[in-house]
Write a protein that binds this ligand. Sequence first.
Ligand code: SF4
Ligand code: SF4
Length: 339
Amino acid sequence: MNPFIAQLFSRQRIPGWRQLIQWGFVAWSLFLGIQFGLFVRYYQSGGQTLYYPRPPGVEAFLPIGALVSLKTWLLTGHFDTIHPAALVLFLTFLGLALLSKKSFCSWICPVGALEEGLWKGGHKLFGRNFKIWNSLDILLRVIKYLLLLFFLKLILFDMPTQALRGFLAAPYWAVADIRMLYFFTGMSLLSLTVIAVLALLSVFFQNFWCRYLCPYGALLGVLSFFSPLKVRRREEHCIACGGCSMACPSRIDVQQKGSVCSVECTGCLTCVGTCPEPQALAMRLPLWRRPLPSWGFALIVLGLFCGGVAAGMLTGHWETSLSHLDYQRLVPIAERLGM
Ligand code: SF4
Ligand code: SF4
């Protein structure tokens, strides 16, 4: 094999590949955000500015509404037409977790990428990242599950079908994406302070938000337990150097595991890239001795993501049913529309 290509596909290149994809998604999210901002500005200005089409991908930021859509779809067969991409993307990310661990968190999520950038910056600055004591770490990790339970109880148990229909038909849901844009463009001092504190904590502690507070990650983590693809260690090849355990940003003691079943594993492959023994550690299917090459895992993650989006588009569940006239009416009053 050509030495350049061989180097590109070497084990040490795994984090590089992942970061390329991860930051590609950050750039894409930014692009969608700007395009959506220009779309909204067109209606705010009464059609005086240049028109940009609305990118349905922004609905990835509406996971709570997507959960309402999912329950409605399962109970009534009605697939939400206001923000269909929200449900398509939500289902895609659930599928990713079921098949390829919490790969959404370390390969796709822009928040995960920004957080990783912060703790890597902190590592450069202080020569290390700090670790919260084990007992406090366990207690803090419970928070994201409590938040998840709160949303699951609220939506899956407490909302009857009529309330679900009412939510999806309400003007509030129609402008949920616009209000989310306003949250980012007009942040209150309180929101800014909370984000600054979380960012600062992320400089010191690896993945602070993801590890302790993100209910979306908690949900994906629970599903990822069933993923057939897992990091698996072959004891006969392992030289017990401990490199994998030291490198894992999710604090998993990989060296002591046969298969990494932990709900905290994000499939980032950092441990695999660190392992000096080519046969010892890899992403593998159960009962399948051959390791899945890391570029193969990257292709699976990207393939599942693109497959989910393509399925949504091809089945007509991607573009909103809201019309030009609806946006002319809704955008100017979006800020005043409450639940
Ligand atoms: S076990 Fe490996 S793949 Fe999983 S989070 Fe840790 S370093 Fe990443
Ligand atoms: S890095 Fe590889 S060789 Fe070292 S302990 Fe982990 S699996 Fe074994």
